[in-house]
Design a binder for this molecule. Structure first.
Ligand SMILES: [Zn+2]
Length: 453
C-alpha cells in the first residue's frame, strides 16, 4: 500500500471555473483519497505533520490529460512532410512508406519514445488507433497481435495508460476495392476475422485496455460495420471511427451508398455514447443531429487538421448538439494538448470572426475527463476523491507563463511548461524530466531506424 500527498500551489478542481489555491491532494494505491483546499478551511486534523511530508507542486496542477487519438508511428513524419505542396492524400503516401518499415521491435522503440514525449507533455493516457497489424505483405506474425503487444509494452515503459483501439481496416475505398501495396498489412480479411484476432488479445496489465475502431467508411464495408460495432457493444469497449475528415470521403460515400458517412454509421448501429467520431470536420446539419442525439463523442485534432489542410470542424455546434468533445494529437506534428484545446476556441474565432465560444473550464474538460471517458476510463480526469491519481503540474514562472493569472495559464502554457506528472499515483515526470526515458535520444534513434534510405 502506498500513500502519497501533494500540496498544489493551485489546482483545477471539478466544476470550478478557475483554479483553487493551496490544495492538499492525497492518494492511496493510485486513487485520490482526499482533496482539501487549505485556504479558508481548518488545517486537516493531522495538522502540520501532514503538510511537512507533502510533495510541493509549485504552479497550476491539472488532472491528467488524455490524448484520445494517436497513431504512434506518425511521430517519425514530423518535419518531413511540411516543405512541399499537396494535400491529405499525398501526405498519406509518405506516411505509408514509414508504415511499411515497422516491425514489432522497431515499433516498440518508436512508440516508447513517442509515448514518453506525451508523458512529458502531461498526457497520462493515450488512445492508440492501431491498424499496423501484420507483416508488410499482409502475412500475420507468429503472434498475430505482436504489434498490439509492442504498443502496450511501449506505454508501460513510458509510464502512461493506453487504450489500444484495434482498428478494422479491410478495404481501400468505399467501393470495396481490395487493400494493395503498403495497406495489405492493415487487413484481417473480414470483420469476423478481425474480431477473432482482437478477442485473442488480452493484456493483463493494469495500464492497458483494448477497444475497437472502424478505420473509416472507406475501410470497412457497410455490411460489416455492425460486426465491429456489435463486438465493441457486447464487450463494453469504446469504439472509435475516423469520420468525414475529407470532403472526398463524403462524396464517395454518397456515390456508393446514397448517404453521408454519418448516416451510414447510424444505420448500422455504430453511433452511441460509447462511440467517438474522430475529426467530423465536414458534417451536414443532419449529421450533427445524429451524432448529438446519440451522444456520440467527437475527438477533435486541430493541429493535425490544420497541418493536413483538412478544414475546421464546427466545434460549438457539435457540443450544442450533444456530443462530448475530446482532443487528440493524431499525426503528432505537435504533441501539446494545451495547443489542441485552445485551437478549438481559436479556430471558431477564425471561422466566425467572433470571440468567446468555449469557457476555459469546457476546454479543460475536453483535454481531461471527456478524453479519458472516450477511452473507457470513466474514473480519470478529475481531481476528485475516488478518481485515479493523475496530476499534471504546469509552471507559472516560465517565459510563457510568468505574470499570467492561474486561470489564464491553460491558454498561455505549452507542453514545455509541464514540470511534474503523476500517473495512477506514480511520478513519471519530475522537474520537466522523464524519470526513465531519455526522450530526445530515444526519439532520434527510433526515427533514424525507420526513415533511413
Ligand atoms: Zn487518425
Amino acid at each position: 500500500m502506498t500513500a502519497t500527498r501533494w500540496l498544489a500551489e493551485y489546482a483545477w478542481l471539478p466544476d470550478h471555473a478557475e483554479p483553487t489555491p493551496d490544495v492538499l491532494i492525497e492518494a492511496e494505491d493510485g486513487r485520490i483519497t482526499a482533496v482539501t483546499p487549505l485556504v479558508g478551511t481548518d488545517t486537516p486534523a493531522a495538522g502540520v505533520e501532514v503538510l511537512r511530508d507533502a510533495v510541493r507542486l509549485p504552479g497550476l496542477t491539472l488532472p491528467g490529460l488524455a490524448n484520445a487519438h494517436s497513431h504512434a508511428f506518425h511521430r517519425a513524419l514530423r518535419g518531413r512532410t511540411h516543405g512541399g505542396r499537396g494535400d491529405f492524400w499525398s501526405w498519406r503516401d509518405v506516411m505509408y512508406t514509414v508504415a511499411a518499415r515497422l516491425d514489432p521491435d522497431s515499433y516498440l522503440a518508436l512508440a516508447r519514445a513517442a509515448y514518453a514525449e506525451m508523458a512529458l507533455a502531461g498526457i497520462t493516457c493515450v488512445g492508440e488507433f492501431h491498424y499496423l497489424h501484420h507483416g508488410p505483405d499482409g502475412t500475420p506474425y507468429a503472434d498475430p497481435n505482436a504489434m498490439s503487444a509492442a504498443l502496450v509494452e511501449a506505454a508501460a515503459h513510458a509510464g502512461i495508460r493506453i487504450t489500444l483501439l484495434d482498428t478494422a481496416y479491410l478495404t481501400a475505398g468505399v467501393d470495396g476495392a481490395p487493400l494493395a501495396g503498403p495497406q495489405r498489412r492493415f487487413g484481417d480479411g473480414d470483420a469476423l476475422r478481425w474480431a477473432e484476432r482482437v478477442s485473442a488479445f488480452t493484456p493483463g496489465d493494469d495500464h492497458a485496455r483494448v477497444g475497437a475502431a472502424i478505420h473509416s467508411v472507406r475501410a470497412v464495408p457497410a455490411e460489416q460495420l455492425a460486426t465491429v460495432a456489435g463486438w465493441a457493444d457486447r464487450q463494453g469497449r469504446p469504439l472509435h471511427v475516423h469520420l468525414s475528415e475529407q470532403p472526398a470521403e463524403n462524396d464517395a460515400c454518397r456515390a456508393v451508398h446514397g448517404c453521408t458517412p454519418t448516416r451510414l454509421l447510424a444505420d448500422h448501429g455504430v453511433l452511441g455514447r460509447h462511440t467517438t467520431a474522430v475529426h467530423a470536420t465536414h458534417p451536414t446539419s443532419a449529421d450533427l443531429t445524429l451524432l448529438g442525439d446519440s451522444r456520440t463523442g467527437i475527438c477533435l485534432c486541430p493541429t493535425t487538421e490544420r497541418d493536413l489542410a483538412d478544414g475546421i470542424g464546427p466545434a460549438r455546434r457539435m457540443a450544442e448538439a450533444g456530443s462530448p468533445l475530446s482532443l487528440g494529437s493524431d499525426s503528432h506534428a505537435v504533441v501539446d494538448l494545451f495547443e489542441e484545446a485552445r485551437a478549438v476556441e481559436l479556430d471558431e474565432r477564425l471561422r466566425t470572426r467572433r470571440r468567446g465560444h468555449f469557457t476555459t473550464a469546457e476546454l479543460v474538460t475536453a483535454a481531461t475527463a471527456a478524453g479519458h471517458a472516450a477511452l473507457g476510463w470513466g474514473d480519470a480526469g478529475r481531481l476528485s476523491v475516488g478518481d485515479r491519481a493523475d496530476l499534471v503540474t504546469v509552471r507559472l514562472d516560465s517565459a510563457r507563463t510568468a505574470g499570467v493569472p492561474p486561470v489564464g495559464a491553460f491558454f498561455a502554457a505549452t507542453a514545455a511548461d509541464v514540470t511534474h506528472v503523476v500517473v495512477d499515483g506514480r511520478t513519471v515526470v519530475a522537474d520537466g524530466r522523464h524519470l526513465t526515458v531519455d526522450v530526445p535520444t530515444e526519439l532520434r534513434a527510433a526515427i533514424k531506424e525507420v526513415t533511413r534510405s
